[in-house]
Structures are given as structure tokens and as C-alpha cells.
Design a protein around this ligand. Structure first.
Ligand code: BEZ
Length: 213
């Protein structure tokens, strides 16, 4: 296991899941993927996180993203827990939960941080693009549930900035103004790409309306 960095290829694996055995790259296909670990089944924060992911399934689908969860608990426990998540969170878990009892995935993705939490995965998130490249990672401790709106916000930024010569400023949300990347200096190209114009707060800080709106 070596540290995974942004731009690295997401390691492939085969593992059991609540949707049957999964060969990761083939399962991902041409979609974006959010691979996220949680410490254990039948724990309160994890229950709310998986419920929230299920509730946002339309938002993930709209962006061409498949969520997939992982913990080191076994498959039979996952199956019982899913019923509880659906009941308590008033939702339907419709994405796979990997049963990583042998720690194949946890080890490949360095999800066990023993000085923070012994013998279980912390709250890791890997946002992976359709070329299987790791584009974003976050790591949260067991005591802090993640903000799934933030995960969607980052995906919006990645998808926008992949297709336009822009970057997204602090606290940006889809629809807000964006910044023109500093390397773009040709006035003709700027005019063609950003017909709504731009405001140069400084020569290096140029704001423009979101170009795909
Ligand atoms: C939880 O998901 O609620 C949780 C899991 C491990 C440690 C603390 C909280």
C-alpha cells in the first residue's frame, strides 16, 4: 500500500457487496464514482450518512455519479443494517455497500488510520472520474459525519472545470460566478469563451458568469 494522491489511478479490486461481487473498474464503467468508507454497521453517524446518500441518489444520478460505500463488516451484517437504514432514514439504499471483512479495499485505499481508530475504516472519500483517476479525497474522523452537499458541490466544480477554462472560488455553488484560469490571457479567446464578459478585480482575479448557464 502506498499513499494515493490526486491524479493517481484508483486501484482496481474485486470484493463482495450487497449488490453481489464487484470488480471495481468494470462496475464503475463510464461513470464518476464516490467511494466512501465508514467505520461500522449499526452505528448512528454511519446510519445517517448512508441514509443521506440514498436520499440524494437523484442528485448523484443527474451528475453521472455512482456512490459505493465500504466498511470492514461482513455481508450478512450489511444486509440487516440496510433494512434499519431504510426504516430509520425513510429511504431506500440503492447503491452497493462493500463487505470488506478481509480489508482488501481498506488496505488498497489506506482507509484504516490506527492512531485515530483501531481496526476500522475512518470516513474516507474518493471522487473518481470516468477515466478512473482520483480527483478529490477527503478524510474525516469517526465522530464527524460528512457533508454530502459538499461532495456534490465538488463534483459540480470538477465537471465544470473539466469542460471550461475556469476554476471555482471559495464557497462557490453551481450557478455562482467563477474565475477565469490565470493561464488564459488571449483576449480573442477570452471574448469567445466568455461572451457575457468578465470583471477584473485584479489582473489575476477575473470573475465571469458561469459559462454553461
Ligand atoms: C458512528 O457512525 O456513529 C460512529 C462510528 C464509530 C465511532 C463513533 C461513531
Amino acid at each position: 500500500m502506498s499513499t494515493l494522491r490526486l491524479g493517481d489511478t484508483a486501484p482496481d479490486f474485486t470484493q463482495d457487496s450487497t449488490a453481489g461481487p464487484i470488480q471495481f473498474h468494470s462496475w464503475a464503467g463510464d461513470s464518476w464514482v464516490v467511494l466512501f468508507s465508514h467505520p461500522a454497521d449499526f452505528t448512528p453517524v454511519c446510519t445517517t450518512e448512508l441514509g443521506k446518500t440514498a436520499a440524494l441518489s437523484g442528485e448523484f444520478a443527474k451528475r453521472g455519479v455512482k456512490p459505493i460505500a465500504v466498511s470492514v463488516d461482513p455481508l450478512d451484517k450489511h444486509a440487516q443494517w440496510v433494512a434499519d437504514i431504510n426504516d430509520t432514514q425513510n429511504t431506500t439504499v440503492n447503491f452497493p455497500i462493500l463487505a470488506d471483512a478481509d480489508r482488501t479495499v481498506a488496505t488498497l485505499y489506506d482507509m484504516i488510520h490506527p492512531n485515530s481508530l483501531a481496526n476500522a475504516t475512518v470516513r474516507s472519500v474518493f471522487i473518481i472520474d470516468p477515466k478512473k483517476v482520483i480527483r478529490t479525497t477527503f478524510t474525516y474522523p469517526a465522530s464527524t459525519g460528512r457533508n454530502f452537499d459538499e461532495i456534490l458541490r465538488v463534483i459540480d466544480s470538477l465537471q465544470l472545470t473539466d469542460s471550461h477554462k475556469v476554476a471555482t472560488p471559495a464557497n462557490w455553488r453551481d450557478g455562482d460566478d467563477v474565475v477565469i484560469i490565470p493561464s488564459l490571457q488571449d483576449p480573442a479567446e477570452i471574448a469567445q469563451r466568455f461572451p457575457k464578459g468578465f470583471k477584473a478585480v485584479r489582473p489575476y482575479l477575473r470573475l465571469t458568469p458561469q459559462p454553461n448557464r
